[in-house]
Design a protein around this ligand. Sequence first.
Ligand code: ATP
Length: 262
Amino acid sequence: MKTKNKLLLEVQNLSISFGGLKAVDEVTFKVHEGEIVSIIGPNGAGKTTIFNLLTGIYKSDSGKVVFDGEEIQNRTPQEIVKAGIARTFQNIRLFKEMRVIENVLTGMHINTDYNFVDLLFRTKKFRTIEKEKTLKAIEILDSIGLADKISDYPSNLPYGDQRRLEIARAIATDAKIIILDEPAAGMNPQESEELLQFIKTLVQKGYTILLIEHDMSVVMNVSDRIYVIDHGRKVAEGLPEEIANNKLVIEAYLGKEVEDCA
Ligand SMILES: Nc1ncnc2c1ncn2[C@@H]1O[C@H](COP(=O)(O)OP(=O)(O)OP(=O)(O)O)[C@@H](O)[C@H]1O
């Protein structure tokens, strides 16, 4: 466990209701720098809603999100990306009409510091920054194993590569933490295994990962710590082996699945 590292994300008593439904109910958790932390729970438990709260898509009814020492619960999605939180989505969201490299470049525009005049007149500053960004995008694609596909369109890529590309775009924002919403969804076992290795390399490169995943072989093999959510509430937390052996969790959610991969 890497809990001695700096606290990067602290979620305190976060809540949101939709009509009468408490989708997220007083949820509290922490992520330290360099950790891989997973959130698991049954369908409809509130996991994606937590991610939507962290990324500013939803505004919480109450509670706090402290990221890198600053409260961010009232910020816009764009401000939150700028602060250093990037995400991928359950259903891949790539720009289909853009090439692979252009998809990565869109991730960088959030931090671009040329102005409209630079853009309009293609000034030296504009050209220098664009060149640097392109080189950086190639570097990211190379590190992710997509260097030979920079000119392809996303729809021509295998499913696993599309997932990688989405992660590449998140990395391109200069994120400190990358939050992945079911990255193994729809993957075959070999693609899941490759993804698992890939997530581990991200951490070696200094990223921190917050993960929602239903594939228990991925969760149990990659996570430093796991939080279990059910009906909007945190019902358990611990190391993978603690979660795998938690009777309540096994009965409520994991069932036989976890015995197969623990
Ligand atoms: N915008 C919304 N309006 C109304 N209800 C919502 C909204 N977003 C989420 N919910 C409800 O909140 C609950 C939690 O949904 P959420 O998508 O967070 O679950 P989840 O744990 O991510 O599920 P899954 O594993 O199936 O993706 C569900 O009952 C869902 O219908």
